[in-house]
Design a protein around this ligand. Structure first.
Ligand code: HEC
Length: 93
């Protein structure tokens, strides 16, 4: 058990070091590899959103209290607005 915990801490540290910015692999489970899916059957298709729309959505999720948006809160809360803006430039259109 101790070993398992240690291994996952090391793995976490390694992945944290790798992702200076947002890691899209975490998003893929819900949004698809290329953000082509409706996450959990109800989000907009992020691939069809503009960089600007994505940036403001991601920044807004950091402070949302809307119950249907809470799923996105932990996805973005650890990132700075600048990180989220920079990442938004890499997805969507
Ligand atoms: C557990 C599933 C899940 C994960 C993981 C996830 N999302 Fe989401 N995402 C959702 C859902 C559900 C919504 C729609 C929430 C709402 O109603 O506003 C959403 C909404 C969004 C939106 C706005 C789309 C809209 O409907 O306006 C963006 C942009 C987005 N996610 C980006 C991301 C990024 C980037 C990541 C990875 C850092 C991520 N998501 C990880 C489930 C997820």
């Amino acid at each position: 058990m101790k070993k398992i915990v240690l291994t996952s801490i090391v793995a976490l540290a390694a992945s944290t070091a790798l992702m200076a910015g947002v890691n899209p692999a975490v998003c893929a489970g819900c949004h698809g590899q290329n953000f082509e899916k409706k996450a959990l059957g109800r989000s907009d298709i992020v691939a069809n959103m503009t960089h600007k729309e994505i940036a403001s959505a991601l920044i807004a999720y950091k402070t949302t209290t809307e119950s249907d948006e809470l799923v996105m809160k932990p996805q973005v809360s650890r990132y700075s607005d600048a990180d989220l803006k920079a990442f938004a430039q890499t997805i969507g259109k």
